[in-house]
Design a protein around this ligand. Structure first.
Ligand SMILES: NC(=O)c1ccc[n+]([C@@H]2O[C@H](COP(=O)([O-])OP(=O)(O)OC[C@H]3O[C@@H](n4cnc5c(N)ncnc54)[C@H](OP(=O)(O)O)[C@@H]3O)[C@@H](O)[C@H]2O)c1
Length: 272
């Protein structure tokens, strides 16, 4: 990759940032498609997000950002305009800077998650699913799963009120969806998804009691680093099929590149 004065710069903002895998995948995508652009990781703590965003929008050759943990909700609130999914979900994982320096945002986690499952032969339609987590990624995933025709979606979260609020928002938009807040007991589901940030650190507790998993349950992770989290290892030991977090990310790369490269004022074309 040759970086010159013409190269378009994109950032990925996160805290922590060492676990991000998007730069290696999207930079490979740029190289493969002959696109003169580069993505760099930017370590932005939550307390400096507003300050960092104010500074970043003054950089004329930085025209977009990928947003990840823990900034997705706060970043959506800083956008002048939101695409259709981000406005329903209330969180954004992609931001593009407009001519006037304002940000436009959208959310691709849900589409990427469902596409990643389907790509491995797992169609969520008709399935009973437990999702643990009610943060930015989980919100998008809940809508995408409900839209994909699941039979039932239970949402569990440490802060249960967030799970209840999320289930209610999904039902408001999709009144026929069977979505409710539940506890994190994984017994009796076809698919169990970890959408919390637990599993990134070696000393994290498991997001649920793995001893309660049925051997037929597909256990799905969205964490990409490490690729085999403690939950996936415990699930494998119980004989469960597993699905790693990289599938969700890989499914999102082309969507991300398209959004970032679309240019200012192009949000309506994002999903055409
Ligand atoms: N594979 C991919 O493409 C992909 C895409 C997006 C995100 N991710 C990964 O998904 C994870 C979540 O991202 P996010 O943006 O949704 O984060 P987020 O908005 O900060 O949400 C974090 C979630 O984890 C829960 N949580 C955090 N610490 C916990 C603890 N000690 N005990 C129990 N629950 C805890 C939170 O519960 P509370 O509500 O109670 O705080 C919340 O539900 C991150 O690891 C991120 O890297 C992967």
């Amino acid at each position: 990759m040759l970086i010159t004065g013409h190269t378009q710069i994109f950032g990925i903002i996160a805290d922590p940032v060492v676990q991000v895998r998007t730069p290696e995948l999207i930079n490979a995508y740029f190289a493969e498609h002959g696109i003169d652009a580069v993505m760099v990781p930017l370590h932005v703590p939550a307390e400096s997000l507003a300050q960092a965003m104010d500074g970043l929008r003054t950089l004329r050759n930085l025209s977009g950002l990928v947003v990840t943990v823990p900034h997705k909700k706060a970043a959506a609130a800083m956008c002048a305009r939101l695409g259709p999914t981000a406005s329903v979900v209330g969180a954004a994982n992609m931001l593009r800077r407009q001519h006037d320096g304002s940000w436009v945002g959208d959310m691709f986690d849900g589409e990427g998650f469902v596409a990643g499952l389907r790509g491995q032969g797992y169609d969520p339609a008709g399935q009973r699913i437990l999702m643990v987590g009610a943060g930015g990624a989980a919100g998008a995933m809940a809508f995408a799963l409900a839209q994909s025709g699941v039979a039932y979606l239970g949402i569990a979260n440490r802060t249960r009120a967030r799970a209840a609020e999320m289930a209610q928002r999904v039902r408001q938009v999709l009144p026929h969806a069977a979505v409710e807040d539940v506890d994190n007991d994984p017994a009796g589901y076809d698919m169990v998804v970890n959408a919390t940030s637990l599993g990134m650190r070696a000393d994290d507790p498991l997001p649920l009691d793995a001893n309660r998993l049925d051997a037929s349950t597909l256990v799905v992770e969205i964490i990409t680093k490490p690729p085999m989290t403690a939950l996936l290892q415990a699930a494998q030991q119980r004989g469960c099929p597993i699905h790693e977090g990289r599938h969700m990310l890989q499914a999102q790369i082309a969507l991300m590149a398209r959004f970032l490269l679309d240019g200012p004022d192009a949000i309506e074309t994002v999903r055409s």
